[in-house]
Design a protein around this ligand. Sequence first.
Ligand code: B12
Ligand code: SF4
Ligand code: SF4
Length: 259
Amino acid sequence: MDKQTIRDYALTLGVDDVGIASAADYVSPRSPRLEALLPGARSLVVLAYRELSTCESPSPQVAMNGRLDLMEFSRSANYRMARFLEREGEKAVTVPVSYPMEMSEATKGAVAEVSLRHAAVAAGLGSLGRHNLVIHPTLGTRVVFSAVLTSLDLPSDPPAPEDLCIHCDVCVDGCPGGALAEPGKTDLGKCLRNSQPYGIGGSIRFWSRYADATPEERKALLKDPEYWRLYQAAFIGFQYFCFKCQSSCPVGRTPPKDA
Ligand code: B12
Ligand code: SF4
Ligand code: SF4
């Protein structure tokens, strides 16, 4: 099967862009080897999805829901792409937008099986900006990726322009956690406290307090909205409370209709 057939099929799924990376061009030092995920892996089909204006909403519920919609849609697109490749006799495995991830001391729950930023850059879908995110030539930073890892042997797409970032530092100055102060590094703890306050860190903090509390204090803790937010996050799967570096980057913002 050739690249054009894959590209045409991907676009029928409603994704915004698609790129292909040869496994040889995917170099992510902290991630597992692709061969360890799929013996005989030869390429990655990377799918790109534009984030809706939900990521700009002052309501965290609206913003989060936009991401949940996108993730649900991406699951279906990924799965259908993998089935398409397997029907053609190839092996294919799906790479999700974020979770599940290995929860271990070694990864600290922050290293995915496949690094989608490295995959997207290798697939010609963009280049890294000052915010350590991939900027797509037309979608800008408001883009999220999923991928299908396959045994199909394909060459990488041509690289995107090397520097799409205009070095305005809007992302650095606007980060509420100060997580982008050091170029080339996102401070995991500082970002997490803002972007996932009801993730594992929040959960450990709450349950540690609970463990030390008296029976009366425990009753009060379970009536505290902090517990309700943790409860909601747990059954939704996770919750993102910050999209600032994505939504504030001026590159690729949808122009007003009359522009
Ligand atoms: C864990 C994780 C996080 C952790 C970061 C941990 C980390 N160091 O990577 C935390 C919780 C902080 C985080 C935050 C966010 N994340 Co996040 N995250 C992931 C996830 C699930 C795994 C990343 C991973 O494996 N990291 C481990 C290794 C690869 O990281 P690393 O080597 O330390 O990376 C460093 C350098 O190598 C360099 N780097 C990274 N990629 C590349 C690529 C090239 C070519 C080069 C040269 C360098 C380079 O930047 C990093 C500096 O800290 C990915 C999804 C995925 N499967 O990839 C999404 C992902 C990276 N997150 C994403 C997003 C959007 C966010 C947030 C905006 C939160 C939100 N609302 O969604 C913030 C943005 C923070 C920021 N500005 O950096 C998107 C980025 C999309 C894009 N356009 O680039 C991804 C790809 C999810 C997706 N499916 O699209 N995330
Ligand atoms: S998601 Fe928010 S806290 Fe994390 S780096 Fe981006 S702006 Fe900063
Ligand atoms: S906000 Fe400015 S500095 Fe940050 S990534 Fe976008 S263009 Fe680059």
